[in-house]
Design a protein around this ligand. Structure first.
Ligand code: PLP
Length: 437
């Protein structure tokens, strides 16, 4: 393209966003960390809230003009407390990573020891030495991992906890098939006076829908999350707390959390996404249980259907998954990289993933692919569609059929699933809103 005017430059950007939207309209979106927001939640994103500042807390702002922002924030916070049944919620963090940084800023100081799941076992970069944990100057000590069961090795982890006596113990992963063994470890954690933190980024909507573990009732002090993965909200973050630690009073714990977020790691907190989150929380209170249950049934059905077609889906002996995610070892079919590229050409969007036994230098072509069922569920797909999806995967990955010849069948399947479910009012999922011509 050779732009003649600056308006052409702008139109070029619009045109690409529109084409992107059309691609996703015709595609199966299966990245485990994504979802689509409801039309009502999307409407909040283009409101005047996207132009404003509101630093601090409702009723105690540093700027004027926040009368209605305050009402929205108070209400969204109330909805979050209700959804997770906790006394404290903060709807200001602008992403899951920022929520994590806020907790680290609040509860730790440099050189403190934190126990963490390992990145190579499926943890998130924000909890690694080269991510937020390192930015805070902490000493991360990983839990041993049981690759057979794709979960923390409880006995090994208890040994580590008793030995290093962490100030903070973190749970939660990005390749997250099964609940973390918190109930099994909570006595050991309390014995060494560790504060317990659960990063629920991936499974926030499953927890809120009462179909995963219940971290707060299992003894967790604080939980963070992204609000756009299994919770089908805007790209934003959240902190929830119900402290039980004896390290400090509840009041002090919550004061530190609040201060950790602002002024700790935020100034303005993206009011349009916060308002949008308020809508998503209300929708999840209404539909979350039904939605979360169907997500997990779909993920298990996808695992079963792919297994039956010759894929090495991890953890068959455990029913493949108890979350929205399955992990597939595709080494024998050429490895993750060529497969995710072929899938993309056929309009199936996935990501390659390192598996725990991959050497660290395998990042360019890891053995695994990670698949999430939450977005396909959101547009109304059920178990029988998971079977159809597995067949498409087989044609591309195992039969090595040309992606160009599979694509029409992907588009055909997708054409029957264009509406968003589990939200108020329903509506088209992939509508492009042109405001300026
Ligand atoms: C996705 C994720 C995050 C945060 O992601 P953001 O993109 O910053 O919202 C944090 N922790 C885990 C385990 C994640 O999977």
């Amino acid at each position: 393209m050779n732009p003649v005017t600056r308006k052409d430059d702008a139109d070029y950007i619009v045109e690409n966003v529109k084409e992107h939207t059309d691609y996703f309209r015709d595609s199966l979106a299966m990245i485990a960390s994504e979802n689509i927001i409801s039309p009502m939640a999307r409407e909040m994103m283009v409101s005047d809230f996207c132009d404003r500042y509101a630093e601090g807390l409702p009723g105690a702002r540093y700027y004027q003009g926040n009368e209605f922002v305050d009402k929205v924030e108070v209400h969204a916070t109330q909805l979050a407390k209700e959804l997770f049944q906790v006394p404290y919620a903060d709807t200001r963090p602008i992403s899951g990573t920022v929520a994590n940084l806020g907790v680290l800023f609040a509860l730790t100081k440099p050189t403190d020891v934190i126990t963490v799941p390992n990145v190579s076992d499926g943890a998130h970069i924000s909890t690694a030495r080269f991510g937020a944990v390192g930015v805070r100057g902490l000493e991360p000590v990983p839990y041993p991992f049981d690759v057979e069961n794709m979960n923390i090795d409880v006995d090994g982890a208890i040994k580590v906890i008793k030995e290093v006596k962490p100030k903070l113990a973190l749970f939660g992963m990005s390749v997250y098939l099964f609940p973390s063994p918190i109930t099994e470890m909570i006595d050991a954690l309390r014995e060494v006076d560790a504060m317990v933190w659960y990063d629920a980024a991936h499974v926030l909507g499953l927890i809120a829908g009462k179909h995963f573990q219940d971290p707060f009732r299992e003894g967790v002090d604080v939980m963070t999350g992204s609000t756009h993965k299994t919770l089908p909200g805007p790209q934003h973050g959240i902190i929830l707390a119900d402290p039980k630690t004896e390290r400090m009073s509840e009041e002090k714990f919550l004061r530190k959390l609040n201060y950790g977020v602002f002024p700790g790691v935020l100034s303005n907190h993206h009011l349009h996404t916060m308002a949008s989150l308020g809508i998503s929380l209300a929708e999840h209170l209404e539909y979350g249980e039904e939605y979360a249950g169907q997500i997990i049934r779909n993920a298990q059905a996808l695992g079963q259907a792919m297994h039956e077609r010759g894929f090495n889906v991890l953890c068959e002996h455990l029913g493949f998954t108890e979350s929205h995610t399955i992990a597939v070892d595709v080494k024998e079919h050429g490895g993750g990289t060529p497969l995710v590229e072929a899938l993309e050409s056929a309009n199936i969007v996935t990501n390659k993933n390192l598996l725990p036994w991959d050497p660290t230098d395998a990042a360019m072509n890891p053995s695994g692919i990670r698949l999430g069922a939450q977005e396909l569920t959101r547009i109304g797909m059920k178990e029988s569609e998971m079977d159809a999806v597995a067949e498409l995967f087989k044609r591309i990955c195992i039969d090595k059929e040309d992606p160009d010849s599979v694509r029409p069948d992907v588009v055909e399947l997708k054409s029957g699933f264009q509406d968003i479910h589990y939200c108020f009012g329903g509506g088209k999922a992939y509508k492009y809103h042109r405001i300026v011509e």
